[in-house]
Design a protein around this ligand. Structure first.
Ligand SMILES: Cc1ncc(COP(=O)(O)O)c(C=O)c1O
Length: 436
C-alpha cells in the first residue's frame, strides 16, 4: 500500500478467549473431545432457557412491531421502564433519555472508548475483561493503563495504588470497574466502590461501571450498583441481558448515564456516542421489547435465585478442589461465573509439560509452543492442558495482566462433569508444576 492503512491501535486488538478456538478446531478435526471452559456463554454450556421466557420471545415474534427499527436510543417503553427501575433503588434520577441501547455490551464498549479523545485514557483493572482493555488501548494506540486487583486480598483493587496512578497520570480521564468482576469473580465491597467514586470526584474524572453480572452475586454477597453510591459524579453504567437471562445471542445491552448535566464536556462526549448510534439507526429491537416482560414475570426472581445457587455451589466445589495445591493461588468467587487461578511467581517456566498420549496432538502442541519463543508460560500451560486433557481455559496474561495463571468458567450444568473437570484440572496442575 502506498500509505500505511493499519490503525495505530491494531496491535492491541487481541481476544484470546476466542483466539484459542483455532487450536480447538484442529484438535476436533483430530477426533479429540474438548471441554470448553473458555467462553462465558451459559447457553452454549447447556443451560436450559425456561419455557415462560421462550414464550415471551415467541409472542413478540408474532408482533409486527418487533420487526421494525426502534428509536435510536432504544425502545421508548423499555427505556422508561429501566429508568424507573434504577430510580427505585438509587439516588440518581434518570429519565428515558439517559439510557442508550447497543447491539450487546461489546458494541457499547467499543463505542465508549472509540469516541474518547485519543489522548484521554481510562484506567482499567488488571486483570480485566479484554474487550475493555483492548478497546481502550486500541483507541489510544498505546498499551492499557491499569491498576492492580490483588489475588492475595480476595482480588480487591489496591485503591491506594489506584489513587497514586491517577494522581501521577494526568491523561487519565476515567476509571473502569467491572462489578462483579470478569475474570476474577470478585464482588466489590461498598467501601471500595465509595473510595473509587471519591478518587473520581477528587480528580474530576468519570466512572465506567460494567454491571453486566450485577444480579449474579452469591455466597452472601450482593452486587452494589454504582447508581446507589455515585452521588453527583458523572458516570456510565453498562448493563445487559447476555449473562442474566441468559441470552447472549440477543446482542442487546444498554448504558445508563448518570449526572451528564454536571459537566458540559462529559455531556458532549455522551452526545457523540448517541450521534454515532444514530448513524447506525438503532440496535436490535425484539430483545429490547422483551426486557420489561421478562423482568416483571413472576418466575424471574426464582429463575435468578436458582442460577445464583448453582454458581455458588460450583464455586465451592471448584475452590475446594484447587485451594490446597502448592504453587498456586485461588480465591472463592462471589459473583459472575469465572474462577481465576494464579501460579505463584517463578512456578511455571518454558520447560514444563504434560504427557500427551495421541502423537498427532502432541506434535501440534509441541510445534505451537516451540514455534513461539515469546509465548507466555501460562499460555504454554493452557496449550498443554488442552492437548493432554481436552480442557480449554484462557491464560491470565491475556486479560491484560502480568500475573501467570488462567481463567476457567463455572458454567458446566452437570455437577458430576464439573467435579470431574476440576479433578482433572487439579491433577494436571500438580503434574505440570512437578515436571520441570
Ligand atoms: C464484563 C463483560 N462485559 C461485557 C461483556 C459482553 O457482553 P455482550 O454479550 O452484551 O456483548 C462480557 C462478555 O463476556 C463481559 O464479561
Amino acid at each position: 500500500m502506498r500509505t500505511d492503512i493499519v490503525h495505530i491501535g491494531a496491535g492491541e486488538l487481541t481476544y484470546e478467549i476466542r483466539g484459542i478456538m483455532e487450536v480447538v478446531e484442529k484438535l476436533n478435526a483430530m477426533g479429540m473431545k474438548i471441554t470448553l471452559e473458555n467462553i462465558g456463554d451459559p447457553v452454549a454450556k447447556g443451560e436450559e432457557i425456561p419455557d415462560w421466557l421462550k414464550s415471551i420471545i415467541a409472542d413478540l415474534a408474532m408482533e409486527n412491531g418487533s420487526y421494525a427499527y426502534s428509536a435510536t436510543l432504544g425502545d421508548l417503553e423499555t427505556r422508561k421502564y429501566l429508568a424507573a427501575l434504577t430510580n427505585q433503588t438509587s439516588g440518581v434520577h434518570l429519565d428515558e433519555n439517559d439510557i442508550l441501547f447497543f447491539n450487546g455490551l461489546g458494541d457499547a464498549i467499543t463505542k465508549v472508548y472509540g469516541f474518547l479523545r485519543r489522548t484521554a485514557r481510562v484506567i482499567t483493572p488488571s486483570p480485566t475483561y479484554t474487550t475493555h482493555s483492548s478497546s481502550e488501548a486500541a483507541h489510544a494506540g498505546l498499551p492499557p493503563v491499569c491498576y492492580p486487583l490483588d489475588p492475595q486480598n480476595h482480588w480487591y483493587p489496591d485503591v491506594a495504588e489506584l489513587r497514586r496512578r491517577v494522581k501521577y497520570n494526568p491523561a487519565i480521564a476515567a476509571i473502569l470497574i467491572i462489578n462483579p468482576d470478569n475474570p476474577t469473580g470478585m464482588v466489590y465491597p461498598e467501601h471500595l466502590l465509595e473510595e473509587i467514586v471519591s478518587i473520581a470526584r477528587d480528580f474530576d474524572l468519570f466512572i465506567i461501571a460494567d454491571e453486566i453480572y450485577l444480579n449474579l452475586a452469591y455466597n452472601g454477597h450482593k452486587g452494589k450498583s454504582l447508581s446507589e453510591i455515585i452521588g453527583n459524579v458523572p458516570a456510565i453504567s453498562m448493563k445487559g441481558i447476555s449473562k442474566e437471562l441468559p441470552w447472549p445471542g440477543s446482542r442487546c445491552g444498554w448504558m445508563e448515564v448518570y449526572n451528564a448535566d454536571r459537566d458540559p464536556m462529559f455531556a458532549n462526549y455522551i452526545k457523540s456516542i448517541t450521534n454515532a448510534k444514530m448513524m447506525e439507526v438503532c440496535s436490535t429491537t425484539l430483545p429490547q421489547k422483551a426486557i420489561p416482560r421478562v423482568f416483571e414475570h413472576p418466575a424471574y426472581a426464582d429463575h435468578l435465585t436458582k442460577r445464583r445457587k448453582r454458581y455458588e455451589r460450583f464455586s465451592e466445589i471448584g475452590y475446594g478442589k484447587l485451594k490446597d495445591i502448592p504453587g498456586i493461588m485461588v480465591n472463592q468467587t462471589n459473583g459472575a461465573f469465572y474462577m481465576t487461578v494464579v501460579f505463584e511467581e517463578g512456578r511455571i517456566n518454558r520447560k514444563q509439560a504434560l504427557a500427551i498420549a495421541n502423537p498427532e496432538v502432541r506434535e501440534l502442541i509441541e510445534s505451537l509452543t516451540a514455534k513461539d519463543e515469546k509465548m507466555q508460560p501460562d499460555k504454554r500451560f493452557v496449550y498443554y492442558l488442552l492437548g493432554a486433557t481436552g480442557i480449554c481455559v484462557v491464560p491470565l496474561t491475556s486479560f491484560s495482566s502480568d500475573l501467570q495463571g488462567f481463567r476457567v468458567t463455572l458454567l458446566e450444568t452437570e455437577e458430576q462433569k464439573f467435579t470431574e473437570t476440576f479433578d482433572i484440572l487439579r491433577e494436571s496442575i500438580k503434574q505440570y508444576l512437578a515436571s520441570g
